[in-house]
Design a protein around this ligand. Structure first.
Ligand SMILES: Nc1ncnc2c1ncn2[C@@H]1O[C@H](COP(=O)(O)OP(=O)(O)O)[C@@H](O)[C@H]1O
Ligand SMILES: [Mg+2]
Length: 242
């Protein structure tokens, strides 16, 4: 495999005295989908926030071979790293298109914003249909598309998604994760955090399992999906219908 575009080495994050993420290492190659699965409270969101520079972290985070050190969130976005947070912070009274335009704020004014917009509309035709509509009137699935589209407006090389399936009906979860899988064609590397392990492992190339702050298992997604420990803890029989 070629050199990873994004790499975490022994990343640790504490809230006061409580260590929520403990020496997590992972890597992500260009055009790949890597998933981090784990139960509620495992430390997934904390890990992504540290990778984005929202939370201070120990260890090392490298992008295109360069250690990010104390680089600000803005610097990371400008370098090509984007995060779609669990709370999809959209401006409800603003139109879909204006929300998308905001995603391009790191680019010099006017520079290829129109081209980026067209690209996003090609990936998410539903957003084009609704471009004049206030984003507050969108369905849950459409809001997730808008949040992803807005992140893509910055043309990131690394896109981190924090539980894009959260709160969506099973049919919509499928649709959203299909769209995430399609993003691979754009060449962006995706770090997908999910509680919905079954759906995530279906589209990912590689997976990591997090338990109480640590990575306890990792491997190719299909290997993990067939690992009895993963099946028992994360792919339980009750979920089979989803
Ligand atoms: N702002 C915070 N202050 C203190 N503890 C937090 C904070 N945010 C999360 N935690 C704790 O850190 C742990 C990991 O949380 P989180 O990263 O949100 O997990 P996940 O995203 O996997 O559900 C949990 O025990 C949670 O209660
Ligand atoms: Mg979370």
């Amino acid at each position: 495999m070629s050199a990873p575009v994004f790499e975490l080495r022994d990343v640790s994050v504490a809230y006061g005295k409580i260590e929520a993420v403990r020496r997590v290492s992972l890597e992500l190659g260009a055009g790949r989908i890597v998933t981090v699965i784990g139960a509620n409270g495992a430390g997934k969101t904390t890990l992504l926030n540290a990778a984005m520079g929202i939370l201070p972290a120990g260890g090392e985070i490298r992008f295109e071979g360069r250690a990010l050190g104390h680089d600000s969130i803005e610097a990371r976005v400008a370098a090509g790293i984007s995060l779609v947070a669990e709370k999809r912070e959209l401006f409800a009274t603003m139109s879909v298109e204006d929300n998308l335009r905001l995603g391009a704020y790191t680019r010099p004014r006017g520079e290829r914003v129109a081209a980026a917009l067209e690209e996003v509309y090609t990936l998410f035709p539903r957003l084009k249909e609704r471009r004049k509509q206030a984003s507050g009137t969108l369905s849950g699935g459409e809001r997730q598309m808008l949040a992803m589209g807005r992140a893509l407006m910055a043309r990131p090389k690394v896109l981190m998604l924090d539980e894009p399936s959260l709160g969506l009906a099973p049919r919509i979860v499928k649709e959203i994760l299909h769209l995430v899988a399609d993003l691979r064609r754009t060449g962006v590397a995706i770090l997908l955090v999910e509680q919905n392990a079954r759906a995530a492992l279906r589209i990912a190339d590689y997976g990591y399992v997090m338990e109480t702050g640590s990575v306890t298992l990792h491997g190719p997604a299909d290997t993990l999906a067939n690992d009895p420990r993963v099946i028992e803890s994360y792919l339980g029989f009750a979920e089979c219908a989803a």
